[in-house]
Design a protein around this ligand. Sequence first.
Ligand code: FDA
Length: 309
Amino acid sequence: MLRAPLLAAARSTRMRSLVEAVPATRAVVRRFVAGAQTPDAVRVARELAAGGRRVTLDHLGEDTTDRGQAETTVKAYATLLRALDERGLAEGADVSVKLSAVGQNLPADGERVALENARVICTEAAAVGATVTLDMEDHTTTDSTLGILRELRADFPWAGAVLQAYLRRTETDCAELSGPGSRVRLCKGAYAEPASVAFQEKSEVDKSYVRCLRVLMSGSGYPMVASHDPRMVAIAEHLVGQLGRSPADHEFQMLYGIRPDEQRRIAADGHTMRVYVPYGDEWYGYFMRRLAERPANLAFFLRALATRS
Ligand code: FDA
């Protein structure tokens, strides 16, 4: 019931100032975000690697309409990838990139700028043995993001993308992206979307997730199962066994701070387990989407406000 207002708040600058001004907010944010700086991201990557988990690192930020800001984001990824390399953590690591953070929404030539910036990040990643996954934002960006993915894959065949099971189109997109080498992260979807393009009921989204999972797991690509939902994880594990997929041709992914025991269990069972680790100052939109997707996260936040402020 609170999902829609919280997702609307995620896009409100007024709400942003209010939420950011509350001292207790930062304590809660730390549960989901590694920290503000590159060393924070590297520290968390090292801790997770020590426990057998891989990372995909997200430099927080989205929806920029400022070209300079987009370039700053590209530099932040380059700095991060080099820092990981210096500490022997880059090989097998991944970075998650929101195209709206690297220029996709610039008024005149946003797509071209985003493609060029994504190319720079892919080049930096390739140099240190890491990969890049394009996050997926709201449905108005899906065609543009998949178009940019196609261009990138011509030079960087390992470049991956996210598909959102709540979108009605996604089963078809999964079929198109299930070919050799195609890295697809399947998630449920985190934005407020209209019924014309997206399933609205959780049960419909879950059924779509399972259909999409079957398509990806039956294909010859590299499915990345991104969900904390015990049912989705169990179905994915079953499909891996049924279809004889090896640990080298699929992986599980969860968000930093969510179900860490289950993350360790999946890794201990021999699957690749990758944790999505956001870092940076621009945590507001990411944080609000986490509150929106689970009442318990919101309750945790409200309890922190009540006890600390
Ligand atoms: P859902 O939120 O439906 O939860 C189902 C069940 O999971 C719950 O009933 C509970 O049992 C369990 N659960 C969930 N959270 C829990 C918690 N905190 N503690 C304990 N149990 C919990 N979205 C997007 O639109 N674009 C993107 O690019 C990405 N990228 C992305 C990367 C990765 C690695 C992940 C894991 C997720 C994303 N997402 C995303 C977010 C995604 O779309 C979705 O909003 C969340 O993952 C929540 O959906 P779930 O599948 O986890 O299940």
